[in-house]
Design a binder for this molecule. Structure first.
Ligand code: CA
Length: 228
């Protein structure tokens, strides 16, 4: 776990200290930045695997930090922000963030999100190509034959449900916004609304739900496959 490198970007010293102390206690290695410029430069020099990013920074907006860093870095980005509006979260996620935590947050939640990010990181490293098999707990997708199994039992999905599942699986752990999903599944400019998406997702979830639920709903924002 401790081989993961983090970058913490936070201009509020008390919050920064809280996060830093928590990371230190749990053996994570990390660097910290209090401005957007510092964050971008540390990201370039230290190649962090995970960035914990505050959005309200003194010199530049966190959204611009995401956009800048995303042009060259594949680091996971978790937003930690007091901006609780859905539109803020959606903008951050669509700009390239992976997940978000709303302030005030609990230390347990922060640690859980970091562990989830670490699992996703390891998982992405083991991903091969289109022909590989996706396994997440009891869920298995055989991309070569387009077959889906839950606990070794074959699940019959419609083509749209299968595309939705594959999209979520390829981005396991990442929160995908409604507009992102609609664009990826139906293409841009297609008039598919969130209500239709919800109908497809409800049916998909029902079919693949075993003892555990694989898909988390972020009300007003989108969906996320939970990395088991
Ligand atoms: Ca701030």
């Amino acid at each position: 776990m401790s081989e993961m490198k983090l970058l913490v970007v936070e201009d509020d010293r008390s919050v920064l200290n809280l996060i830093a102390t928590t990371l230190k206690i749990h053996g994570y290695s990390f660097v910290t930045a209090m401005t957007g410029k510092e964050a971008v430069s540390l990201c370039a020099s230290h190649h962090p695997d995970l960035i914990l990013l505050d959005l309200g920074l003194p010199d530049m907006d966190g959204i611009d930090v995401i956009r800048t860093v995303r042009t060259w870095s594949g680091a996971m980005i978790i937003i930690i922000s007091a901006r609780g509006e859905d539109s803020d979260k959606i903008l951050a996620l669509d700009s390239g963030a992976d997940d978000y935590i709303t302030k005030p947050f609990s230390i347990d939640e922060l640690l859980a999100r970091i562990r989830a990010a670490s699992r996703r990181m390891k998982f992405v490293e083991t991903l091969n190509d289109e022909n590989s098999v996706f396994i997440n707990g009891d869920l298995k997708i055989d991309y070569a034959s387009n077959l889906v199994y839950v606990k070794d039992k074959e699940i019959h999905l419609t083509p749209i449900e299968y595309k939705l599942l594959c999209l979520l699986a390829r981005n396991a752990g990442k929160v995908l916004t409604h507009s992102y999903i609609i664009d990826k599944i139906w293409g841009s400019g297609v008039d598919t609304d969130i209500v239709s998406l919800r109908v497809y997702m409800t049916s998909l979830r029902k079919k693949i739900r075993g003892e555990e639920d694989f898909i988390r709903t972020h009300i007003g924002i989108g969906y996320q496959m939970i990395r088991k």
